[in-house]
Design a protein around this ligand. Structure first.
Ligand SMILES: [Mg+2]
Length: 395
């Protein structure tokens, strides 16, 4: 415990109750990500006069110190620290949420869309002019990422990114998020801090306000659940059910092989979706979470149509080619079914598609097929349509 700068510098008031505030040296509450202090949370105490004090508890080495701090809004200021033996206190246990929320308040930018954010019983969110778009998705250690291989910040980033991708698939703008963490008891504080690094990074990249959430600890794997709210500034949200016969089917980016690492830090197509919404009339859209063919099949099923695919046009990611070298499957098979690409599939009139395809965008956009009146996924072989079966990740 007292990792980082705190480990070397926290001598000022030790054992004496004297010494000046050493918050700079401890680096607590300054809002920089590198200043995260492991073990800062866990137990809060009040002295006999009711002054709120905190304790830093070294679970690894049984090295226990009380540390006085004031819970200024959004800031934890370390005042002094004392060996526990010198300082009899009435202790009052809080769950770690109290001090963590104070930390979070300091880290979260306030944005106009959230009038009241972290710290009250509920958030007060500015309602949109038209449709409120809401989605929720959850990341579980061992299912959606693996903490023995990847950092917790990646889990936090991914939890935001998959929701952002869903918002993009609706042609919407993300605005605010509610974040719920279920943390494994060992190292809960450190894990919460790491997860939030990723969450806050994605939130700041897409101007999302963290409006609130919940934290609890238990004997189980990390779960990060995020509910994301957004709106559609003009026009209607994109649905899966709007595809029309003869629509062009477009896909963003490249697909397949995301398991090599891309799935943890995808680029949600939020900005692109919002530019396209202003440029053309997107009839239907879905993001690729479970596999290109499976999600395309879902879009077609919701619209009551099918699609004739131009198989050679499907944009196969280099990761799919690399993965195929050891998986025994073809790059195409990976592109067809891997999933977690978080790219968008969109349908629109051929005229609109031609307009989109003639322009430069932040990523590749490729036409992979044309919507048919008959249901199913098809390819043309020797002038005949051959049915293809969708494959992907089924939850
Ligand atoms: Mg989706």
């Amino acid at each position: 415990m007292f990792h980082g700068r705190g480990a070397e510098s926290g001598k000022g008031g030790e054992g004496s109750g004297e010494g000046k505030v050493r918050s700079e040296e401890w680096g607590v509450g300054s809002g920089e990500s590198g200043d995260w202090q492991e073990g800062l949370m866990g137990l809060c105490v009040a002295d006999r006069r009711g002054t709120l004090l905190g304790v830093m508890l070294d679970l690894d080495q049984n090295d226990v110190y009380f540390t006085a701090f004031s819970l200024a809004i959004g800031d934890l200021r370390v005042a002094r620290r004392f060996p526990t033996s010198n300082f009899p206190l009435k202790t009052r246990y809080f769950n770690m949420e109290h001090s963590f929320l104070a930390y979070l308040r300091g880290r979260c930018r306030s944005l106009p869309q959230v009038a009241v954010g972290i710290g009250d019983d509920a958030a007060v969110i500015q309602p949109p002019q038209a449709n409120l778009i809401a989605c929720t998705d959850q990341i579980i250690d061992g299912v959606d990422f693996d903490s023995s291989e990847h950092g917790y910040a990646d889990a936090g980033y991914k939890a935001m990114a998959i929701n952002l991708s869903d918002i993009a698939a609706m042609g919407a703008v993300p605005k605010s998020a509610l974040v719920t963490l279920a943390l494994p008891k060992p190292n809960a504080t450190r894990i919460a801090g790491d997860v939030y690094e990723g969450i806050l990074q994605a939130a700041s990249e897409f101007q999302v306000a963290i409006a609130g959430g919940d934290i609890s600890t238990y004997n189980g794997p990390l779960s990060v659940s995020i509910t994301l709210l957004g709106d559609v500034p003009a026009g209607d949200p994109w649905l899966r059910s709007g595809a029309q016969e003869n629509d062009a089917v477009l896909v963003t980016g490249f697909v397949g092989g995301s398991i090599l690492g891309r799935h943890l830090r995808p680029t949600p197509r939020v900005d692109l979706a919002n530019r396209l919404r202003e440029l053309v009339d997107v009839h239907a859209a879905i993001d690729i979470s479970d596999g290109l063919s499976l999600d395309l099949d879902r879009l077609c099923a919701a619209s009551g149509v099918g699609v004739e695919l131009n198989i050679p046009a499907i944009p196969i990611h280099d990761d799919a080619i690399m993965l195929a070298e050891k998986s025994g499957r073809t790059p195409f098979e990976h592109a067809w079914s891997d999933g977690e690409d978080f790219e968008l599939i969109m349908t629109m009139s051929q005229a609109d598609a031609d307009k989109v395809l003639a322009m430069d965008h932040e990523c590749e956009i490729t036409q992979i097929g044309t919507i048919l009146g008959r249901t199913g996924l098809w390819k043309r072989e020797a002038a005949k349509l051959v049915r293809l079966s969708p494959q992907g990740y089924v939850h």
